[in-house]
Write a protein that binds this ligand. Structure first.
Ligand code: ADP
Ligand code: MG
Length: 225
């Protein structure tokens, strides 16, 4: 499903020499795999995830998702890809503060282009809130939820449009251990049920333990295991 070839990424700032983050990164992830990306802080994990999710297209090399080279897509196809193919779970859940949990889950629905029926989206939002154990808290604002609950709202939001690919950036990074374990179990269940391809950046040994594969960022490259 994901084919990354000779991926190189540097950040330039002012007159300083560019800082090399990724160098000739190569790997593939098959449909339905659960892969963890690990590596020291600052090694480029978030950078890599943003590139896979087409939030960043300033790189050398190639990234193909479902056989489609990401850089061959025009802006309209790119936003379609981000809306329909990927679900992103950011490190700090990134919920919109003035919206309820349910409204946050429904957000990707407003950008869906397939003329998806509102009633179906509403039903799916409720079903997902139920699924992540927040059926009774859909009307809560993010400020009225715990960190783990906010993270579960973010997961439900990522799943709204049924994307086959889920990208998560340290989803348990700010959670206590029991909440973290519940989130990991939820990922495992979702992945097994829906044959999702799941890529999770993590420092958490329990998350990488649950994953089928571990991709480690080391010296600007990705190594297996
Ligand atoms: P990780 O997620 O593994 O902690 P990041 O991908 O966030 O690492 O960052 C990798 C390196 O790139 C860090 O040294 C970071 O400071 C740098 N970096 C990240 N984003 C930018 C940016 N937009 N401009 C310049 N440097 C950046
Ligand atoms: Mg990061």
């Amino acid at each position: 499903m994901i084919r990354i070839h000779s991926l190189c990424k540097s950040y330039r700032s002012g007159t300083e020499a560019p800082a090399v983050i990724l160098q000739n990164v190569e790997f593939q992830v098959a449909r339905g795999e659960f892969a963890a990306i690990t590596g020291p802080s600052g090694s480029g994990k978030t950078t890599l995830l943003n590139i896979i999710g087409a939030l960043d297209n300033d790189y050398d090399g190639s990234v193909a998702i479902n056989g489609q080279d990401m850089r061959s897509l025009n802006d309209r196809r790119l936003s379609e890809f981000r809306n329909q193919t990927v679900g992103f779970v950011f490190q700090h859940s990134n919920l919109l503060a003035p919206l309820t949990a349910r409204e946050n889950v429904l957000l990707p629905g407003y950008f869906a282009r397939k003329g998806e029926n509102e009633a179906a989206l509403n039903a799916r939002a409720d079903q997902l809130l139920e699924r992540v154990g927040l059926g009774a808290k859909g009307h809560h604002l993010p400020s009225q939820l715990s960190g783990g609950e906010r993270q579960r709202v973010a997961i439900a939001r990522a799943l709204l449009c049924n994307p086959p690919l889920i990208l998560c950036d340290e989803p348990t990074g700010n959670l206590d251990s029991a909440t973290g374990t519940a989130i990991i179990r939820l990922f495992q269940e979702l992945q097994a049920e829906a044959n999702l391809t799941l890529i999770v950046v993590t420092h958490d040994d329990r998350v990488s333990g649950a994953a089928k594969r571990i991709l480690r960022l080391e010296n600007h490259r990705v190594v297996e295991g």
